[in-house]
Design a binder for this molecule. Structure first.
Ligand code: ADP
Ligand code: MG
Length: 348
C-alpha cells in the first residue's frame, strides 16, 4: 500500500500552493503548446491539423482500488488510457489536463506520487500537462484526465468504416490485464486472511504490469505513418475483444469471422486462466483493459502487416448477414454476443 498515514496535510499548502507545488517544474515539449498552467485557460495552436479531444473519469472504488494500486501507477495509467483513445483515432496526443478531487485522507506526498506517475507518462509519450482543476472531495479520490491530440486531415480513422473483405488485426496479446486483476484480487483475499504471508508475485509480473502499468500503442500509430498504412477502421481494446468487435461491425454495418487459433494470448495469461478455471479465450474476449488496438485494413496491406511481430491478423470482415462470429479450433461457429462471458460458457 502506498497511501501514507503520516505526511503533510493538504491544508498546509492550500489549493494554490498545492497546484504550484505540483506544476512548478513543467517544461513544454510541443510546438502546439502556447500557454499551459497559470492562466484561466491553456492556449494551443494546431495550425491546419485536426484536433482530437477525449476525456476519462476515474473514481476510487469504481475504477481503481487503493488497496492494491500504487498511486504512481494510478497516475501513469490514468494518462495512458486517455492517450490510447487518441492513438485509436490514428492521432498523436500532445497535451493533457488533469482534474483531481482529493478527500482528507490524502497527504501532499500522496498526491505528489500520483503526479510522479502522470509526469512519467507525459515524458514517455511526449505530452504536455497544460492545466486542470483541484478540489476537495467528500467521497474519495477522483481523477479526470482530458487528452488533446492532432491528426492530418484525411488520416483520422473511425470505428464505422470497416469494409467487406478487410483484414481484422489486433496488436499485442490479449487477456493479460484481466488476469493481472485476478492475481491482485486473489492476493488481496489471501492477505485479508493472513497478513503475515508475503505474496509470491514474481511469476505473474507480466500480468501485473499489464493491469497496473499498461502502455498505449504509440509505436503502432508511428509505424502506420512510416508504412503509409491507413486502417479502414480502428478502436482501442478497453472492454474486451468481443465488445469491440461488436462496436466495429455494428457501426460499420458488416459482419466478421475471427479465428480462435489466431487470437494472441501469452503463456502466462493462459496459465493463470487455467489456475482459476477460466478458458484463456474467455479472458482474451471479455477481459478488457488491454489497451491494445483492434483495426481493420485493406487486404493490399497484408504483407506489411504480416512482417510486424506486434500485429496479429485474426480474421476478416464479411457481409452483415453472416453475423459476428468466432470460428473455433474445430471449425465450430461461436456467435459473439455483448455479454459474451456467459453465452460463450454456455456454448462450450
Ligand atoms: P480557476 O480558478 O480558473 O479554476 P485554478 O486556480 O483552478 O483556476 O487553476 C490555476 C491554474 O492551474 C490553471 O492554469 C489550471 O489549469 C491549473 N491547474 C489547476 N489544478 C490543476 C491540477 N490539478 N493539475 C494541473 N494543473 C492544474
Ligand atoms: Mg480551478
Amino acid at each position: 500500500m502506498s497511501k501514507k498515514s503520516a505526511g503533510t496535510p493538504i491544508s498546509q499548502y492550500g489549493e494554490f500552493g498545492l497546484i504550484d507545488y505540483l506544476t512548478k517544474n513543467i517544461q513544454h515539449k510541443n510546438e502546439s503548446t502556447i500557454k499551459g498552467v497559470g492562466d484561466d485557460a491553456a492556449i494551443l495552436d494546431y495550425k491546419s491539423k485536426q484536433i482530437v479531444v477525449t476525456t476519462d473519469l476515474l473514481l476510487e472504488g469504481i475504477h481503481f482500488n487503493l488497496m492494491y494500486v500504487p498511486l504512481k501507477h494510478l497516475g501513469y495509467k490514468a494518462v495512458v488510457v486517455n492517450l490510447s483513445d487518441v492513438y485509436a483515432m490514428n492521432a498523436i496526443p500532445k497535451q493533457i489536463t488533469v482534474s483531481i478531487g482529493i478527500s482528507s485522507k490524502f497527504t501532499v506526498e500522496a498526491i505528489d506520487e500520483i503526479y510522479q506517475g502522470i509526469y512519467l507518462a507525459c515524458e514517455k509519450y511526449n505530452v504536455d500537462l497544460v492545466g486542470g482543476d483541484t478540489s476537495s472531495s467528500l467521497t474519495g479520490l477522483t481523477i479526470s484526465i482530458t487528452a488533446i491530440g492532432e491528426v492530418e486531415k484525411g488520416k483520422v480513422v473511425y470505428r464505422n468504416t470497416a469494409k467487406e473483405n478487410d483484414l481484422i488485426c489486433v496488436t499485442g496479446r490479449l487477456g493479460a490485464a484481466f488476469m493481472g486483476l485476478q492475481v491482485l484480487e486473489r492476493e488481496k483475499e489471501v492477505f485479508a486472511k493472513n497478513p503475515d504471508l508475503q505474496p509470491e508475485l514474481d511469476h505473474y509480473k507480466t500480468l501485473l504490469e499489464s493491469q497496473l502499468k499498461p502502455e498505449a500503442r504509440k509505436d503502432i500509430i508511428e509505424w502506420f505513418a512510416k508504412e503509409k498504412i491507413i486502417p479502414t477502421s480502428m478502436m482501442d481494446i478497453s472492454d474486451g475483444l468481443s465488445s469491440e468487435l461488436i462496436h466495429i461491425c455494428t457501426q460499420s454495418k458488416v459482419g466478421c469471422k475471427v479465428f480462435e487459433e489466431r487470437i494472441p494470448i501469452d503463456e502466462v495469461t493462459a496459465k493463470m486462466a487455467s489456475e482459476i478455471h477460466i478458458e484463456p479465450l474467455v479472458a482474451a474476449l471479455n477481459g478488457g483493459e488491454d489497451y491494445e488496438l483492434l483495426f481493420t485494413c485493406n487486404i493490399s496491406n497484408h504483407d506489411k502487416l504480416k512482417e510486424n511481430a506486434a500485429i496479429s491478423i485474426i480474421g476478416h470482415i464479411c457481409e452483415q448477414e453472416e453475423g459476428i462470429n468466432i470460428i473455433g479450433r474445430a471449425g465450430n461457429i461461436i456467435p459473439v454476443k455483448a455479454q459474451g462471458w456467459n453465452s460463450l460458457m454456455d456454448e462450450k
